[in-house]
Design a protein around this ligand. Structure first.
Ligand code: GDP
Length: 468
């Protein structure tokens, strides 16, 4: 995209590090006067004569008064984050000193940057596409290894590459179909319909996978809620404590979750598990859970993504456990049946007690025997939890959609691919097919930013922090 908007001809400045006291604070400038503005404050050297990607130590002075001793790093456009001339001033991390440097830059002609404006400029100069720019915000917000890995994959263009391929194929077909229209009198077909059909089918499959990954993406961003339920004394608080001792997650705030119930958050293999209503677990009211412990927990289970039904292996009757399993299956829960306190008995004997071969039995893929108190097989429980969430969708290099805007655009892409396919089935004329292909391309472009409008861009970048 070209640097055409006159609004982008000015130079912006912002504090790039968090507010507050720190070892250092970084102030960043971007725009045509970035070098000139800092040069006026940096008497010891002519910065405009220095090579790009170099760092310079010196005193920063305004009207003869020293402000700070700083390191100035120079990036000449277009080899910079924004694609413009960029200067980073690393000063001492006093909010007072940094504010004075910021003021001096503004008196020198810079304007305070809006949130995300550096990244927005990078986008407008074609340094990043929109999906990559949004991944920058995701990386800044990353709070687990999984969200970090995914954001980094997308900053490096993972998601964009998948869409680019689709876009290029659709463009070449649409070009052929439009060529056909020019020869419409002669009844020729340049675009091979069966090839187009195969392309659309393949694309539909890939885009469906991307759209389906949103569920996992959402889980990575917002965490998975887990309810531990079971009779009193099954060992629920003991299990929670054992898990918390090793994996308590440090989380500030998880977007989109309400905190009207008390919950503990664990980070297991990069996925945040939110154990809901943990106050309820710890309260131990005797009448809390009757019978097989399901009745009163129903509401809690309905709120949860995953239910752990914890029971004492030594006292639980297999028929009762089968009953729990039937109820959970009927309700459509994702669940694990976890038998606790195996240290009190003989493991193999306890295992055969619930074995499927003994009768109808309990589904062994759901069943797990542990000792919460001794930490026995608790690792296995964690693995099973992660498996339940990932369900075989391993991340790594696969693209996972975490952004609702992308998800909605993918849904529209799927719809238009279906329309193209129906059009082919019904031998629709080329001009109508071309319309559907263009609509599909429009939605692909909305994700990567080839098609965008200013309001959308302003909205997206306003979610960033200032200085990014
Ligand atoms: P809750 O009512 O389900 O929360 O159960 P608690 O966690 O309070 O446990 C009830 C009792 O069982 C406590 O005395 C625990 O120490 C004990 N307990 C829990 N887990 C185990 C276990 O794995 N082995 C043994 N031997 N005792 C356990």
């Amino acid at each position: 995209m070209k640097y055409s908007n006159p609004q982008w001809d000015d130079t912006i400045v912002a504090l790039a590090t968090p507010p507050g006291v720190g070892a250092i604070g970084v102030i960043r400038l971007s725009g045509p006067s970035a070098f000139g503005i800092v040069n006026q404050l940096f008497p010891s050297k002519d910065l405009e004569q220095q090579a790009t990607h170099t760092a310079h130590v010196g005193l920063l002075k305004e009207k003869g008064e020293a402000l700070d001793e700083v390191v100035v790093t120079l990036f000449k456009g277009p080899r910079s984050y924004t694609g413009e001339d960029v200067v980073e001033i690393s000063g001492h991390g006093s909010p007072y000193v940094l504010q004075r440097i910021l003021d001096a830059c503004m008196r020198g002609g810079a304007r305070l940057a809006r949130p995300g404006e550096f990244t927005q400029r990078a986008f407008l100069h074609g340094k990043l596409d929109l999906a990559q720019a949004e991944a920058v915000a995701d990386l800044i917000a990353a709070n687990t290894a999984a969200t970090q890995r995914n954001a980094l994959h997308n900053i490096r263009g993972g998601f964009s590459a998948e869409l680019k391929q689709l876009r290029e194929q659709l463009i070449s077909f649409s070009a052929l179909i439009e060529l056909e229209l020019d020869f419409s009198q002669e009844d020729v077909e340049f675009a091979d319909r069966s090839q187009l059909y195969a392309l659309v089918t393949g694309a539909h499959e890939r885009v469906s996978k991307l759209a389906a990954s949103f569920q996992l993406g959402n889980v990575m961003k917002n965490g998975v809620s887990v309810a531990i339920i079971g009779k009193p004394n099954a060992g629920k608080s003991t299990l929670l404590n054992t898990l918390l001792n090793e994996n308590r997650a440090i989380v500030s705030e998880i977007a989109g979750t309400t905190r009207d119930t008390i919950e503990e958050v664990l980070n297991i293999d990069g996925i945040l598990f939110r154990f809901i209503d943990t106050a309820g677990i710890r309260e131990h009211t005797a009448d809390q859970i009757e019978q097989i412990g399901v009745e009163k927990s129903r509401e809690k289970m309905q709120q949860a993504d995953i239910v752990i039904y914890l029971f004492d292996v030594n006292t639980m009757a297999p028929v009762d456990l089968e009953q729990v399993q039937r109820e959970f299956d009927a309700a459509g829960y994702k669940y694990l049946l976890v038998g606790n306190q195996i240290d009190k008995g003989e493991e193999t004997a306890l295992r055969t007690k619930f074995d499927r071969s003994a009768g109808q039995g309990v589904d062994s893929s759901r069943l797990l025997l542990i000792s919460a108190k001794q930490g026995l097989h608790v690792e296995l429980l964690k693995e099973r939890l992660v498996d339940l969430v990932l369900g075989g969708q391993v991340s790594g290099d696969t693209t996972i959609v975490t952004n609702a805007r992308h998800y909605h655009a993918l849904q529209e892409i799927l719809r238009s691919l279906m329309d193209i396919r129906n059009g082919l089935d019904n031998h629709l004329p080329g001009d109508l097919l071309a319309l559907d292909i263009r609509r599909c391309l429009q939605y692909v472009g909305e994700i990567t930013g080839e098609v965008s409008n200013e309001d959308l861009l302003d909205y997206i970048f306003s979610k960033f922090c200032i200085g990014k």
